[in-house]
Design a protein around this ligand. Structure first.
Ligand code: HEC
Ligand code: HEC
Length: 93
């Protein structure tokens, strides 16, 4: 009985370490700040006044494989565009 409990505790600890390690790995692998920013042009200007989630609904309408501006073949997983592609800073203009 107590043996089984000990085993379970060990199992949970192992799972905890693995999940923690995976998270750390994921965070350390996050793309650098050099990721292309969203241009401030006629195609993208309207997204600057939107929330991230709101804006992301529109990206696919142009950025799909056969579209006007396809993503690179080796593009990383693309759920949440604006986490990686930031808006450009507008210095007051
Ligand atoms: C109306 C069509 C259209 C929509 C909608 C659109 N884009 Fe684009 N996007 C383009 C075109 C065309 C280009 C390539 C020419 C350019 O740089 O403007 C481009 C280029 C880009 C680039 C590359 C800039 C560079 O430096 O090479 C990024 C990043 C980008 N878009 C992100 C986004 C994100 C994120 C969204 C959704 C919020 C989005 N786009 C929505 C048409 C669109
Ligand atoms: C996990 C981070 C991440 C997410 C999420 C992401 N991208 Fe990217 N994207 C990158 C990286 C890294 C590159 C290649 C390096 C670069 O040029 O910025 C790239 C490249 C691009 C390019 C080509 C830029 C160029 O200069 O040629 C476009 C366009 C683009 N992404 C659009 C999008 C759109 C639209 C979405 C959402 C549907 C999206 N990305 C989601 C990281 C991301």
């Amino acid at each position: 009985m107590t043996d089984l409990k000990k085993k379970n505790t060990l199992l949970y600890n192992i799972i905890f370490v693995i999940v923690g390690g995976a998270l750390l790995f994921f965070l350390l692998n996050a793309p650098e700040e050099s990721t292309a920013r969203i241009p401030y042009d006629e195609n993208h200007q309207r997204f600057y006044s939107m929330g991230k989630k709101e804006a992301e609904k529109f990206c696919d309408s142009c950025h799909y494989q056969e579209g006007d501006a396809p993503l690179p073949i080796d593009h990383p997983p693309k759920y949440r565009c604006l986490f990686c592609h930031k808006k450009v800073e507008k210095n007051g203009n």
